[in-house]
Design a protein around this ligand. Sequence first.
Ligand code: ZN
Length: 396
Amino acid sequence: MYDVIRTGERRTTDSGQRVSLPGAPGLAPDRTQAADLGLRTADTGLTECPKTVACEWIPAPYEEFGDGDYGNHDKGDRPASQGIDYIVVHDTEATWDTTLKLVQNPEYVSWHYSLRSSDGHIAQHVPLKDVAWHAGNWYVNSKSVGLEHEGFLTSPDAWYTEAMYRTSARLVKYLAKRYGIPLDRQHVLGHDNVPGTTTATIRGMHTDPGPYWDWAHYFKLLGRPFTPSAGPDSAVVTVRPRYAKHQPLYTGCVKAGQPCAPHGSGAVRLHTAPAEDAPLVKDIGLRPGGQDSTNGVNDTGARASTGQPVRRRRAQGRLDRDLVPRPEGLVPQSGRAADRGELPGAAADAEGRCHGRAGVRTGLPGGRGVRGDAGPGAGPLAAAVQAARRAEVRGG
Ligand SMILES: [Zn+2]
């Protein structure tokens, strides 16, 4: 809160009113009365958090069940034994209380941190040296830190609060500095960017934090806003729609097939030609039968999200600028990510599954099998899935 008061803030409301709060740079909180409030002191235990966030230790249990079976995470010695290269952003599809119950269940799965929606409070469950089970991809699990944000992806205004974005960004900055993780979308992934390990697992991959997570705002808070780094004819562009104004139709927030309430989105749809009415690209991983992609809020089949680079197709000797028919949502890009020209992950989800009240799906990994058994070999396989996805984007 003091951060906002110090830097100031301005916003245009949904009804078009401009609200501005001038910054008061020198302002500091008076902490002298805090002790009189008699507040509970949280157990900071083995927490690994920046000093600028409230952080408590609520450990996830490690338990052996015999016959080599165990839960709910792996003991490790990272980064000595295994580099930490990724941060995976999730939402819980559960309330705070349920989230804490789940992570303390030895027979369930785990993640490193939970972040509370109402105030951005953080609980750490697994030491960073250990491997938590959250991404549904063993390779990614072993090399990542998992952050679960309390909320439901179909109700972003109710759950994706500014307080939570801010403490999450502080935590991510701290982790990035500690392990040398680049602050870009190739390393700060949504769970919906994590590819399946094999063809068979693609359809079971999760869709959180979904199309309403504000990646542009998040990266601004991380001090790495997405800005143009190449000329307008660059072969690679970064997806960056204007979140508030960009309101594509999604369906299935409340009921399958029913339109969701109009809302800003950080995701764009990928079409097969530069026209709004051109068919969506198909995702052969999600739908091996070749069926069409849909507008479903959990259908990642023809979707790219803010910060992801997309290579433009060359058509008849010139660049086709409108692979995604919203040119204002694309920012020319150079540099390492541009050289690779890839979507960071072949996100995948089964169609027609619904969150929230319709209640079928949880953003949390669903069961002990999800840590997967593909091992480090998942890397090339995941790359193959990405290659297939890229071919689909280009060739469509
Ligand atoms: Zn997730």
